[in-house]
Write a protein of this length. Structure first.
Length: 366
């Protein structure tokens, strides 16, 4: 006989209970009245959340609903707030990240996470909090959610290691990210012609920026890998990078790329191939590129699209995907696999040419 869903109410905390479903699953929940409306908030399954922690989260939600609109007061904290926790322990986490990753993650906390989680106690952050934040990001902030949730997950995982949360209680686990359209843009032959013409026009005034773009076109490297290039890493016919996004990396240089490097004057006592005007740090071509792409009538093309276009051109020249992955420095074959559809288009086009030639040979109209 199938049992209907029913609830078991807590005798210690009014509004807190356990919902038993016919499937045999058990869910903690809290029922509260907020701004004149009754709401029932699911806190999590009993397999993910024990009774003590679920009751603590329910108590917090009930208190927030009761105090909504009233002046906030200082409360006694059993664990620090997320703001205090991040301020104290973020440096610990950042030691295992690359400097650029640490800066990006710090910005994610400051700009995207602190507003939603900063005042919540570390032990009290629950799945419902993460779901509400995800829902609030729907639309224009979906990409920011996707970038920030790994930062929140890392903070809460570290809190578990410090015994501030129950092990395995990370509410970010299994939280789906927003599906985003892949931002892949490939230059057409006509667009390559416009870029080449404008590079020649600007070469006298902006020799460093033009040389960087040419190297990006000829190597498929990432922007930072060329902007921050050191002379010590130039080992013709390759660039030997001690570190990159995926770790140590070799960038292979064709004759055209070698010609670009040979035409660059090396400054005395300066390690950088492309130093800024001070000679003490690498150049940044961001602002110049924004103006340059408009002069080419390509306002939607990003610097990273030159890397995509390199891969596209390689496929058109029948270079195998595995080789393209090595040229781009991909660690995983799956990363290169996103270009497979381009290879399919080349094969389909070849099939059309062959069948057309055969049809003409046997006297059929094509």
């Amino acid at each position: 006989m199938k049992t209907n869903e029913y609830c078991i109410w807590d005798t210690e905390l009014a509004g807190f209970g356990l919902r038993v479903r016919p499937s045999g699953n058990y869910f903690w929940f809290v029922r509260l009245r907020h701004r004149g409306k009754h709401r029932r908030i699911t806190l999590g399954k009993t397999t993910d959340l024990d009774a003590v922690l679920a009751r603590s989260q329910a108590r917090r939600l009930l208190a927030e609903a009761a105090l909504d609109g009233l002046p906030k007061r200082v409360v006694v904290k059993s664990t620090p707030t997320m703001n205090d926790f991040a301020a104290t322990y973020f440096d610990d986490l950042s030691r295992v990240w690359k400097p650029s990753t640490a800066r990006r993650n710090a910005n994610a906390w400051r700009l995207d996470l602190a507003e939603h989680f900063g005042d919540i106690l570390v032990a009290d952050v629950c799945k419902a909090d993460v779901v509400r934040w995800r829902d609030a990001c729907a639309g224009e902030r979906e990409a920011r959610f996707n970038r920030a949730i790994p930062v929140l997950a890392a903070l809460l995982k570290y809190a578990e290691a410090l015994k501030m949360r129950r092990k395995g209680s990370n509410p970010c686990r299994g939280m789906p990210r927003y599906k985003r359209l892949a931002m892949e843009r490939y230059l057409t032959p006509a667009e390559y012609t416009r870029v080449g013409r404008e590079l020649r026009t600007q070469e006298a005034e902006f020799p460093q920026q033009v040389a960087i773009i040419r190297l990006l076109l000829y190597t498929g490297a990432r922007r930072g890998e060329i902007e921050q290039l050191h002379w010590d890493w130039v080992k013709p016919r390759r660039l030997v990078l001690p570190d990159s996004k995926t770790g140590p990396k070799i960038i292979w240089l064709g004759s055209q790329a070698l010609t670009v490097l040979e035409g660059i004057e090396r400054l005395e006592d300066c390690p950088f191939v492309f130093p800024d005007y001070t000679g003490t740090k690498p150049i940044n071509i961001g602002m110049w590129w924004t103006k340059f792409r408009r002069r080419c009538a390509l306002p939607d093309v990003r610097v990273h699209d030159l890397r995509h276009s390199f891969a596209s051109t390689a496929i058109m020249d029948d270079v195998p995907l595995a080789t393209i992955g090595k040229l781009l420095g991909h660690v995983l074959p799956e990363t290169t696999a996103k270009y497979a559809h381009l290879a399919d288009e080349v094969v389909a086009e070849a099939a059309q040419r062959v069948s057309g030639s055969l049809a003409a040979a046997i006297g059929l109209r094509t």
